[in-house]
Design a protein around this ligand. Structure first.
Ligand SMILES: *Cc1c(COP(=O)(O)O)cnc(C)c1O
Length: 642
């Protein structure tokens, strides 16, 4: 009894298991009663009476408002807090280092284009003159209407046609700080031509190809082979061209982008140093300059390991700011140049924390080895007898040997089955014995100090499948496409021990529609520890840090559409408002995306039903009920509804 008490599960154990305090950025924690709570004001943690909002309570509120799972929950405060944090860190770096220039941030719209996000970004961001970065015509058009702060910057990257350039030039005329960043030399001619035609002097920038490359998924964004940016020859050509038309005063900015999610601070520093040299070189060429834009790349610690793994980063925002500023300052001081305004285009780091995907578990397929037979029939194949023997001699001293033997006999028996020398019933018996042995090995493995390497995959092989109400393709495209790891955990019952090991399957019925790679402070693990489902009780999981890139990259695989979106704003006293609700796609919506006309479908189906009445296979009343169900289906949510 006493031993049991000592071993009792605790919320602390859950916090360690899911590592929430390391990836949560101070915004998420676990309450005494085992719920994930949102702690939107991290500075408060010390004084004991911090504001903490239970996620389960939010889910209940969402359901009371008639919205079903899955739901993308946005917590507005976290966007504000991350933005304030970035600016706070740069201000502090400025003070510490005595940097004389300014800092300006812009948010790259492509990271999360949703109107709500950009609207909050520009409204809250105006106190820091936080601007926007647009990489396409559509993004520019959105940005022009959304950005109301005359001091904020509007940086345009990407390939620009005449329409794009004209809009940017008009914007300049109206007083926007709209920069054209040249991605390739050929863009310059058109910009010069249109500037002359519209009589506007543009603000120009150049994107440079650095030799610095960053590790991680996006390492090819930098370096000689990157598809964007000017090499040094092209850079000189651009300055010569501008000099010839007496427009070197329009060249104001140098930009680079190392790629997203740069995990190693060494690369950040080295790129800032190299870019500073480009900046100084352009000043020497006679360009007016004044702005150094370090692009994006500020990483998010998705696994909480604080390392240079791809899903992490070995630095904090504070260190990022200090290192970038110091690199720029050192170069400028050495050359006796004024300190430029430093611009960042941090996207992921600002919005990742802001959204959490919540869904319920619909069902589980528990791995349970059936009982092997008490007695092997007399006529059983000798390999089955051998397998049974392995089971009998198994002990803690021969784990590895029994594991190897079990696999050997199982494979042999499968082989014989293929050749028709073992019956289906015999094979089934063999499989039962085999899994029974493996289950025992797995249990014994826990007692071993150094379990054999060969047993590493055992937890995975014996894991449960939890069927979850969401689509990987729609809501977590990076988890599918580039094996990106997001922190995933139950949002309640955290005072109970999670006794099952599971992989997650979504409801797309695609064999890729699963998650079987999870964060781990030493890399990656193949199963997630979860609780047993309880009858009559929903079990909710949250996928955290999904505010960047996931929404518009998602697709309509199996015609599962956009999820419901709910935005909350938490007040200083801990109350919260459901600030906005956005219903997800209905079945009719997604069908119309793939060019069905829901009305026409209804009519076609009605004709078929009418025909069925005529031939007598259904009654007229049946027809009414069937058409009602069809109509309700069209109007309904694309996900599983209870
Ligand atoms: C994608 C992109 C960014 C944003 O990168 P993050 O790593 O999300 O901060 C910034 N600048 C440019 C040019 C980009 O293409």
């Amino acid at each position: 009894m006493q031993k049991k008490a000592l071993e009792r599960w605790s919320i602390e154990k859950s916090a360690d298991l899911y590592n929430i305090r390391n990836w949560g950025g101070g915004y998420f924690d676990i309450s005494e009663d085992g719920n994930v709570v949102i702690t939107p004001f991290p500075g408060q943690n010390a004084n004991g009476d911090r504001v903490a909002v239970s996620m389960l309570e939010v889910i209940e509120g969402v359901k009371e408002r008639g919205l079903d799972m899955p739901v993308l929950l946005r917590i507005e405060n976290l966007l504000d807090a991350q933005l304030a944090h970035l600016h706070g860190c740069f201000n502090q770096a400025k003070e510490v280092l005595g940097y004389k220039g300014d800092y300006r941030g812009v948010f790259p719209i492509k990271v999360n284009q949703q109107h709500q996000v950009i609207s909050e970004m520009t409204a809250f961001g105006s106190r820091f003159h936080h601007g926007l970065e647009a990489g396409s015509k559509a993004e520019l058009i959105a940005a022009l209407a959304m950005l109301q702060d005359p001091e904020a910057l509007l940086i345009t990257n990407g390939y620009k046609d005449e329409e794009f350039i004209d809009l940017g030039l008009y914007a300049r005329k109206m007083g926007y700080n709209c920069f054209f960043v040249l991605e390739m030399p050929s863009e310059l001619d058109l910009i010069l031509e249109r500037s002359k035609a519209l009589d506007v002097r543009p603000l120009l920038g150049v994107r440079v190809k650095l030799s610095t490359q960053a590790g991680g998924h996006w390492e090819e964004s930098g370096g000689d082979r990157s598809i964007f940016g000017l090499n040094t020859t092209q850079l000189i050509q651009v300055t010569d061209r501008l000099r010839a038309v007496d427009m070197l005063d329009c060249l104001r900015l140098v930009h680079y982008h190392l790629g997203s999610q740069v995990p190693n601070i060494r690369d950040i520093r080295s790129a800032a140093l190299e870019a500073s040299r480009f900046y100084a070189g352009l000043v020497e060429e006679g360009a007016a300059m004044g702005y150094l834009d370090v692009g994006g790349g500020l990483a998010v610690d998705y696994d909480g390991s604080h390392t240079n793994y791809t899903n992490s980063r070995n630095y904090g925002v504070e260190e990022f700011c200090i290192d970038v500023m110091e690199a720029v300052m050192t170069t400028m001081d050495e050359k006796g140049l004024p300190h430029p305004t430093i611009i960042t285009e941090a996207g992921r780091a600002v919005v990742a924390h802001y959204s959490v995907l919540l869904f319920n578990v619909l069902d589980t397929c528990r791995f349970t080895a059936s009982r092997p037979p008490e007695k092997i029939p007399e006529d059983a194949h000798h390999l089955i007898r051998n397998l049974m023997e392995v089971r009998e001699v198994f002990s803690i001293r021969n784990v590895q040997e029994c594991f190897n033997d079990a696999i050997y006999y199982r494979d042999e028996i499968r082989q014989l089955f293929k050749h028709g020398r073992v019956t289906l019933r015999q094979r089934s018996m063999a499989e039962d014995i085999f899994w029974n042995i493996l289950t025992r090995i797995q249990e014994t493995k826990k007692l071993l100090k150094q379990p054999p390497k060969a047993l590493d995959g055992l937890d995975y092989a014996l894991s449960d499948i939890y069927y979850c109400n969401f689509s990987v393709f729609q809501s977590l495209p990076d988890a599918w496409a580039i094996d990106h790891l997001f922190p995933i955990m139950p949002v309640h019952r955290l005072h109970e021990e999670p006794t099952r090991r599971a992989v997650l399957a979504d409801i797309t019925c695609d064999c890729d529609g699963k998650i079987d790679k999870f964060i781990d402070s030493h890399g990656m693990r193949r199963t997630l520890q979860l609780h047993k489902l309880k009858d009559e009780c929903e079990y909710y999981l949250g996928v955290f840090l999904v505010g960047a890139y996931q929404e518009t990259l998602g697709d309509l695989h199996n015609l599962l559409g956009d999820t419901n979106v709910v935005t909350i704003r938490i007040k200083e006293n801990g109350d919260y408002d459901f600030a906005r609700e956005l219903e997800g796609d209905s079945v009719a919506d997604v069908l119309s995306y793939v060019e069905y006309d829901p009305k026409a479908l209804m009519e076609q189906f009605r004709d078929i039903a009418e025909n069925a009445v005529r031939t007598g296979s259904i009654s007229a009343q049946d027809r009414r009920r069937i058409l009602k169900a069809y109509r309700a289906g069209l109007a309904g949510y694309t996900y599983f509804e209870r």
